[in-house]
Design a protein around this ligand. Structure first.
Ligand code: PEP
Ligand code: MG
Length: 747
C-alpha cells in the first residue's frame, strides 16, 4: 500500500470507530479494519489487565473460544510487551516463546507480527496480525502496522479490559449448596438449556447437516409418539401445542436457517441456538399478544431438540477427557453426579435450587463443593474454567490464573485442616465433661461408604435407599437390592445401619416413574405415602433389606415422611408378612428395629401414641424446617429465609427430644444440622447423643464435641430458647465458637 494512503486509512478508521457507541463494537471495528488494511487473515487486540496479563479483547479471524487471557510475560505477545518492539516472524510455532491459545484454531496461521500499543510511555496492549502462509510481513506492511498502532493506542487506552465482552474474574452469587472450593472445567448436564450452549467450529459441515435432518426426523417421531400416548387425556390446548411443535419442525425457514448457520462454520448445537434465538425474537417483536407468546413455544422446541441431540452424547463420554469436572445444569440430577467418578468431580453449579435441594444434600454427602440457584448461565463455552466457592455460595466465571492460584491456596489450607483432624479418627467423640456422642454417617451411593469409614463413622445413621433407585433406568429387582444393601452391611459389619425405605417424590423424581403433575410436590406423593400406595415396591424393598441384613447385620428400618398411625400400622403388617414369607422360604432373617423420621411436624405430638409400635426416632431437620416454616427447601427465591436456626425449629426439636426421652425412645438427628457446628452446640445442649452427617463433616464435629462441655452447651441452649430470631441465636453461637477458638470449623 502506498504510504500516502496510511493517514487516509487511519482517519477513515478513526471516524468509523467514533461513530460506534460501545467499546465492544469499536474494538471489533479496529481488528476488522486493520486486517483489511494490512491484508491479513487474523488481527487480534490484547490489552493488559491490572495483573499485567494480556487479555484478548477482540479478534478478527480467530475462532471465538471465549475468554482468553495470556499470563504476564508468556508467549510471543508477552515478549512483545516486555521488549517493547515489534516482532515479525514467519513461523510462530517455531519460536521458543510460542504459547498456544487453546481452541482458537490459531495453529492454522503460521506467520505472526505483534506490535506493542504504547500510551504515555507504558505498554497497554499488543496488536497481532497473522497469516496462514509461513511468510513474515513485508517491511512496508510492518511499518504501516507500527504507524497504525501508534495512533490506535490512544483510541483504546481508556477502553475497559474485558474478555470478548465479558469481564474476567466475574463473581456470580448464588446459594451455598455444599461447602468447599473446586476449580475445574464446566460440563453441561444432559438436560442443559439450549441457550447455555456455546459456538464451536464445525469440523464436518455435511455430516452436521445430515445430523440436523436426522434430529428433525427423530424429534418428529418422538412428538408423534408422545401425542398418541396422551391423546386420550389431552385438553385441546395441550394437543394444539403438539401441533405447533410439529409445524415449526416442518417449517423450511427454520430448517434452512440452521443449515446456513452450519455452513457459516458453527457446530450443530450452536447453529440451533442461534436459529431458535432468531425465530423466538421474531415472535417477540410481534404486536399480537397471542403470537408474541409463541416465542416460548419456540424456546421449548429448541430445548426439546437439544435434549434429543444430547441423548446420544452421554455425559460419561463428554467428561472422558476432562480432568476436573464442574457439573452445570438447571438442577444437576443425582444420576448426573453418579456418572462422574468421585475423584474427577470438582464442583457442582445449579441454575436453580437451594442448599436443601437433594442435589446439595448429596453433594454434601460426597464432600463436593456446590453452589445453587445462580440463574441460567448463558453461552457456556465447552470446557470453560470455573471456580466454585461453596463456602460463600459464589462462582467465578472466567477466572484468570492468578485468582485460580489464590483459590488453590484455600483448597490446600482446607486439606491441611482435614489432615490435622484425621488424627481424631479413632478417638471417641466425648465432651470434656464425659458425655459420649455417637457419630454416624449419611450415605446413599456405594461411593460414599468408604469415606464414612475413613473419617471414623460408628455406623450409618441414614442410608438413603432412593439414591440407588435414582441412578438407574428401571426399578431394581429384589436380588439387585440385596446385592447393594449387602455391600453396605459388609462395609459396616458389626455397626448399626439405619436404612430408610424409598423416599422419592418432591425433588427426587425417578426417571422411570416421574410424578410431574402435582401442584405442590413437597406436600404430595412422597416418602411412605408413595411406598404404601405402591406396596409391591415396598414389599420387594423390605424383603431385600431383611435378606441383606440376615441375622448378623444391625438393621434399623427408618420410615420417611410418617404423619399418621395408619401408615405405621400398614408398614408393621407388611414387615410381619415379609418376615413370614422369608422364614418359609428358608432365609435366615430376624425382626429389625423400626423407627420413624420426625420431619413432618405432625409426628412430634404423636410419638407418645406410637411408642409401642416403634423403637426409635430420627429427626430429619431438613424437611422439618421446610414444613415448620412453610418454606420450599428447593426454592432459591426463599433460600435466605430457610434457616434451621429459626427459633421455632429449635423449640420443636427440643420438644421432640423431651417427648422421645419421656417415651423411652432412642433418638438421633440426621439432617444437615448435624454437620453445622453452630447447630451442634444446641443439639448437644438438648442432650442428643446420636448425630448422623456427611462423612467429610464428621471430623470437624468430633473436634467440636471434644472441646465443648455438655453443661456449657445446655446453658447456651437455655439462653437461645429465650431469643426470637435466628440472627440473634447465630450471634450467640458464633461468640461461643470464638471462645472455644473453633471459628476455623465454620468455613
Ligand atoms: C431430612 O429431611 O432432614 C432428611 C435427612 O432427609 P432428606 O434430606 O433425604 O429428605
Ligand atoms: Mg427428609
Amino acid at each position: 500500500m502506498a504510504r500516502t494512503n496510511i493517514l487516509l486509512e487511519f482517519n477513515r478508521l478513526q471516524n468509523e470507530v467514533s461513530e460506534l457507541d460501545t467499546p465492544a463494537a469499536q474494538v471489533r471495528k479496529i481488528v476488522d479494519s486493520v486486517s483489511e488494511i494490512i491484508g491479513t487473515d487474523v488481527c487480534t487486540l490484547y490489552l493488559k489487565d491490572q495483573h499485567d496479563d494480556m487479555v484478548l479483547v477482540s479478534s478478527h479471524g480467530l475462532v471465538d473460544t471465549g475468554p482468553v487471557s495470556i499470563p504476564a510475560g508468556r508467549g510471543l505477545v508477552g515478549l512483545v510487551a516486555r521488549e517493547r518492539h515489534a516482532l515479525n516472524v514467519a513461523r510462530a510455532s517455531a519460536h521458543p516463546n510460542f504459547f498456544y491459545v487453546e481452541g482458537t484454531a490459531e495453529e492454522r496461521f503460521e506467520s505472526f507480527c505483534g506490535v506493542p500499543l504504547v500510551h504515555y510511555g507504558k505498554v497497554i496492549g499488543v496488536l497481532v496480525v497473522q497469516r496462514t502462509g509461513a511468510v513474515a510481513l513485508d517491511s512496508d506492511s510492518e511499518a504501516l502496522l507500527i504507524t497504525l498502532c501508534s495512533q490506535l493506542a490512544h483510541i483504546v487506552a481508556d477502553m475497559p479490559v474485558t474478555l470478548q465482552g465479558a469481564h474476567i474474574n466475574t463473581y456470580i452469587g448464588g446459594v451455598r449448596g455444599s461447602s468447599g472450593i473446586g476449580i475445574g472445567q464446566g460440563v453441561l448436564c444432559d438436560h442443559g438449556e439450549l441457550f447455555s450452549v456455546a459456538d464451536e467450529p464445525c469440523t464436518d459441515v455435511e455430516a452436521a447437516i445430515a445430523e440436523w435432518h436426522a434430529l428433525l426426523h427423530k424429534v418428529r417421531a418422538e412428538l408423534e409418539h408422545e401425542e398418541s400416548l396422551l391423546s386420550a387425556q389431552l385438553p385441546t390446548q395441550a394437543s394444539s401445542l403438539f401441533h405447533t411443535y410439529s409445524s415449526l419442525l416442518a417449517d423450511h425457514a427454520l430448517i434452512q436457517q440452521v443449515e446456513s448457520e452450519i455452513r457459516n462454520g458453527n457446530w450443530l448445537p450452536g447453529a440451533l441456538r442461534k436459529s431458535i434465538h432468531y425465530f423466538a425474537n421474531l415472535f417477540l417483536e410481534m404486536e399480537d399478544p397471542y403470537l408474541r407468546a409463541r416465542h416460548e413455544d419456540i424456546h421449548h422446541l429448541g430445548n426439546k431438540l437439544y435434549a434429543s441431540l444430547q441423548g446420544k452424547n452421554a455425559l460419561a463420554e463428554r467428561i472422558a477427557s476432562v480432568q476436573q469436572v464442574i457439573l452445570i445444569g438447571d438442577q444437576v440430577s443425582i444420576s448426573d453426579i453418579a456418572a462422574v467418578p468421585s475423584d474427577k468431580l470438582a464442583g457442582i453449579i445449579c441454575f436453580e435450587g437451594s442448599s436443601m435441594s437433594h442435589t446439595a444434600v448429596l453433594a454434601n454427602a460426597l464432600g463436593v463443593p456446590a453452589v445453587m440457584g445462580i440463574g441460567v448461565l448463558k453461552h457456556l463455552r465447552s470446557r470453560e474454567r470455573f471456580i466454585v466457592d461453596g463456602n460463600t455460595g459464589r462462582i467465578v466465571r472466567y477466572p484468570n490464573d492468578r485468582l485460580c492460584s489464590e483459590f488453590q491456596q484455600l483448597i490446600n489450607e482446607e486439606r491441611l485442616l482435614l489432615d490435622k483432624l484425621s488424627a481424631l479418627r479413632d478417638l471417641p467423640a466425648i465432651t470434656p465433661d464425659d458425655h459420649e456422642i455417637r457419630l454416624l454417617t449419611n450415605s446413599g451411593l456405594l461411593a460414599d461408604l468408604s469415606p464414612g469409614r475413613k473419617h471414623g463413622a460408628q455406623g450409618i445413621g441414614l442410608y438413603r435407599t432412593e439414591i440407588p433407585f435414582l441412578v438407574r433406568d428401571s426399578f431394581p429387582s429384589e436380588q439387585e437390592q440385596v446385592d447393594v444393601y449387602g455391600e453396605v452391611f459388609k462395609a459396616y459389619a458389626g455397626m448399626p445401619v439405619y436404612m430408610r425405605t424409598l423416599d422419592v417424590g418432591g425433588d427426587k423424581q425417578l426417571p422411570y416413574f416421574p410424578i410431574t403433575d402435582e401442584e405442590n410436590p413437597a406436600l404430595g406423593w412422597r416418602g411412605i405415602r408413595f411406598s404404601i400406595d405402591n406396596i409391591q415396591l415396598l414389599m420387594t424393598q423390605v424383603r431385600a433389606m431383611l435378606r441383606a441384613g440376615g441375622t448378623t447385620g444391625d438393621l434399623h428400618v427408618l420410615l420417611p415422611m410418617i404423619s399418621a398411625a395408619e401408615e405405621l400400622n400398614s408398614f408393621n403388617e407388611l414387615l410381619s408378612e415379609a418376615l413370614r414369607q422369608l422364614g418359609e422360604e428358608g432365609y435366615p432373617v430376624r425382626r429389625p428395629r423400626v423407627g420413624v423420621m420426625v420431619e413432618v411436624p405432625a409426628a412430634i405430638s404423636q410419638l407418645p401414641f406410637w411408642r409401642n409400635r416403634i423403637d426409635f426416632v430420627s429427626i430429619g431437620s431438613n424437611d422439618l424446617t421446610q414444613y415448620l416454616l412453610a418454606l420450599d427447601r428447593n426454592n432459591s427465591r426463599v433460600a435466605s429465609r430457610y434457616d434451621s436456626l429459626h427459633p421455632a425449629v429449635i423449640h420443636e426439636i427440643n420438644r421432640t427430644v423431651v417427648i422421645a426421652r419421656d417415651c423411652g425412645l432412642a433418638l438421633s438427628l440426621c439432617g444437615e444440622m448435624a454437620a453445622d457446628p453452630l447447630a451442634v452446640i444446641l443439639l448437644i445442649g438438648m442432650g442428643i447423643t446420636t448425630l448422623s452427617m456427611s462423612a467429610v463433616k464428621l471430623p470437624r464435629i468430633k473436634y467440636l464435641i471434644r472441646k465443648l462441655p455438655q453443661q456449657r452447651a445446655a446453658q447456651i441452649l437455655k439462653q437461645c430458647l429465650t431469643l426470637d430470631s435466628a440472627q440473634d441465636i447465630r450471634a450467640v453461637l458464633n461468640v461461643e465458637l470464638q471462645k472455644l477458638e473453633l471459628t476455623e470449623l465454620i468455613k
